[in-house]
Ligand binder design. Structure first.
Ligand SMILES: Cc1cc2nc3c(=O)[nH]c(=O)nc-3n(C[C@H](O)[C@H](O)[C@H](O)COP(=O)(O)OP(=O)(O)OC[C@H]3O[C@@H](n4cnc5c(N)ncnc54)[C@H](O)[C@@H]3O)c2cc1C
Length: 397
């Protein structure tokens, strides 16, 4: 690094050891863990920090296999997804210590996640899913109707049972990423906003990143660009199958403490939780629409359906007013698994993308990425998450 001639064409730093592309939770947390380890790091975002998925998600901390893809794809899929559970569980554990670590209020509460059912067929699905989850070390407790009533009296009488996963909860998406960014800066990270990466090229000893703030020479690059990660990877010829999908979340007026856990329903898309300020967040993956300008737009039918299901599962929701619904774009992969690690064939180019539930997994994936960048054992087998799975068969041969 020291011998490289560095010329900045803008007001950016000119050179850095590690360049992190993306200022969501993946990017800001990666910058934090690298800076904490004393690594020189610069993170950039095209917009302001936390403006995309990380700042507009529903704040659920998930540890279980998501029910809908399980029902759609079955146990074979669940077993290939299951290594991901170790990451999610480790991340929920990290969330428990993040307020102290980052010296910030993040509204973290790990009070459990409850999945409820109103048919015997749904109960059988829950039982099959719980068997896979337990085989991978997750604590999941089946509840019959009497146990459900006793544990969650706010749930509709039509629900006949469910499963409780104690290691789930919630945190505040408006606070988490800014807290990581603050802590990263305090440990010496440079974080630049309004700084889109337009081109990336490999160069002697690393990469040249052409950005809105000039050319930045970097020894290593971490792609933490969320739903745009495929475009960033394509700049260095790496195929990634990750796309953006528009979703929406609803929030009600505040009410007295009603729902202490994260709540899901096995019959339809639903995630329901009560934020610290008393409002109910109602989502679960209901689609928004993609506008012609590439920005997400609300879908009215999704609002009606999502709220209707929430009222079916928790009748008291019907007495509350809806305050706001917002759309945002989630990063999704078809197999639901993250893409992590150094990309084979492109030394120094790392990916840190966790799809669909990347708020939950943000802390652990960032710590794992920081370890990998420094050549350390991350403590997880990340082979199932390699970008290698997207390499065309002919190129891999
Ligand atoms: C409505 C909704 C609800 C969700 N609910 C939950 C939930 O309850 N629990 C959960 O765990 N997950 C949830 N998710 C998913 C979660 O929000 C995401 O998986 C996670 O935030 C991804 O984080 P990220 O940092 O990778 O991406 P992002 O937060 O999208 O950040 C990526 C950043 O990269 C920047 N970028 C992209 N390209 C470039 C470039 N070329 N140059 C510079 N910067 C660039 C973008 O501007 C962006 O800020 C939800 C998502 C949505 C949309």
């Amino acid at each position: 690094m020291g011998t490289m001639a560095v010329r900045s064409t803008g007001d950016g730093p000119g050179a850095t050891d590690v360049l992190v592309v993306g200022g969501g939770i993946a990017g800001c947390a990666t910058a934090y863990y690298l800076a904490r380890d004393g690594v020189e790091v610069t993170a950039i975002d095209a917009f302001d920090l936390n403006t995309q998925a990380s700042g507009s998600n529903a704040g659920s901390l998930h540890a279980q296999i998501p029910h809908e893809p399980f029902v759609l794809n079955g146990e074979g899929w669940a077993r290939t997804f299951a290594p991901t559970l170790r990451l999610m569980l480790a991340s929920v554990e990290m969330w428990g210590g993040l307020e102290a670590e980052l010296d910030a209020v993040l509204d973290v509460a790990v009070t459990g996640g409850l999945l409820v059912a109103d048919t015997e067929a749904q109960m059988r699905d829950i039982e099959r899913k719980a068997a896979v989850e337990r085989a991978f070390g997750l604590d999941v407790r089946l509840l019959d109707q009497a146990a459900l009533r006793a544990f969650a009296p706010y749930v509709s009488d039509r629900m006949i049972g469910g499963a409780l996963c104690p290691t789930e909860g919630k945190a505040n998406p408006l606070r988490a990423t800014p807290a990581f960014a603050r802590a990263a800066r305090a440990r010496g990270a440079t974080i630049l906003t309004g700084c889109a990466l337009h081109h990336l090229e490999t160069a002697a000893g690393g990469f040249l990143a052409h950005t809105d703030r000039g050319t930045i020479r970097a020894r290593r690059v971490v792609n933490a660009a969320g739903a745009r990660a495929a475009a960033v990877a394509a700049m260095v010829g790496v195929p990634l199958e990750i796309e953006g999908y528009p979703l929406q979340v609803n929030v009600t007026e505040p009410c007295a403490p009603l729902i202490p856990t994260l709540l899901y329903y096995a019959g339809e898309k639903l995630s329901l939780k009560q934020a610290k300020n008393g409002t109910l967040l109602i989502g679960g993956g209901w689609p928004a629409r993609m506008g012609a300008d590439g920005r997400p737009r609300l879908d009215r039918a999704s609002i009606v359906a999502n709220l209707g299901i929430a009222c079916t599962v928790v009748p008291a929701v019907a007495g509350l007013r809806l305050v706001r619904t917002w759309p945002a774009i989630v990063n999704g992969t078809a197999d639901w698994k993250p893409i992590l690690g150094e990309v084979p064939g492109v030394p120094g180019f790392f990916v840190n993308v966790f799809p669909w539930m990347g708020f939950t997994a943000g802390p652990v994936c960032a710590r794992v990425t920081a370890d990998l960048v420094q050549g350390r054992d991350p403590g997880f087998d990340i082979a199932p998450f390699s970008a290698e799975r997207y390499r065309p068969a002919t190129a891999a041969a």
